[in-house]
Design a protein around this ligand. Structure first.
Ligand SMILES: Cc1cc2nc3c(=O)[nH]c(=O)nc-3n(C[C@H](O)[C@H](O)[C@H](O)COP(=O)(O)OP(=O)(O)OC[C@H]3O[C@@H](n4cnc5c(N)ncnc54)[C@H](O)[C@@H]3O)c2cc1C
Length: 201
């Protein structure tokens, strides 16, 4: 999937944590022994390397087992999800609950997921298509294993973590997109209220 030699993109191992605490432990160990990590969420980065690492020898941190939908709020139109959640999974959940909410998937289809696509600064095709703009609140494991929550998540028991970006402290979410400064273990996003009618053209 990369325009280059396959030999340049061979991982040395793959790690599959079940939760954020395991991510913290893995990152601490890798940091201690200076083992480079390449993080993927659903690993469907088609056309840009798929699930392969940026360089041979890196360890893949594959988060697809962390696929819990923690919350979808049909009134304020927000979701809080783990990295392994796919667009299909979130769509099915919304349909099952009967919520009048729309998702904005990218072209490679519902097998990809909102977290990986947003951290890749991906795009979709509705008014909610600029995915980073519609992201709200992250939980991130830093290189030393410490965990932070961005935005209103910095306040304990905050009820507005997924609702409002600007109320509390510096805005650092962009640091974790197209970068390797942290491992995002939860992400909030805004969902589009179902329009009364639509016409593609
Ligand atoms: C025909 C075709 C059409 C496409 N059309 C589109 C399109 O319309 N819009 C679009 O946006 N893309 C498009 N793509 C590109 C790509 O397939 C998508 O962006 C896809 O959603 C990315 O895969 P993913 O969501 O599984 O992300 P992943 O593969 O999980 O992650 C992508 C990258 O993000 C970073 N990352 C992922 N998870 C984390 C994490 N938890 N913490 C820190 N960093 C992380 C890593 O660098 C990782 O390599 C297209 C590709 C093809 C082949």
């Amino acid at each position: 999937m990369m325009a280059g030699e396959d030999a340049d993109y061979i991982p040395s191992a793959a790690l599959l944590p079940n939760d954020a605490e395991q991510v913290q432990e893995l990152v601490r160990i890798c940091n201690e022994y200076k083992v480079p990590i390449w993080t993927i969420s659903t690993g469907k980065n088609l056309g840009y390397g798929s699930a392969a690492p940026g360089e041979t020898g890196q360890v893949i941190l594959d988060l697809h087992r962390m696929n819990r939908i923690i919350n979808v709020d049909p009134e304020v139109c927000t979701a809080l999800i783990e990295p392994g959640v796919t667009y299909q999974q979130l769509y099915d959940y919304i349909q099952e609950k009967g919520y009048k909410l729309w998702l904005d998937p990218p072209a490679p289809s519902a097998i990809a997921g909102p977290v990986g696509n947003t951290l890749d600064r991906g795009v979709g095709y509705t008014p909610y298509g600029e995915h980073f703009m519609f992201q709200c609140g992250m939980e991130v494991v830093l290189a030393n294993g410490e965990m932070i929550r961005t935005g209103m998540g910095g306040i304990e028991n905050s009820s507005s973590w997924q609702v409002f970006k600007w109320g509390y402290g510096p805005y650092i979410d962009g640091l974790f997109t197209q970068s390797n400064y942290g491992v995002v273990t939860k992400m909030g996003l805004w969902l589009m209220p179902e329009p009364p009618a639509y016409r593609p053209f």
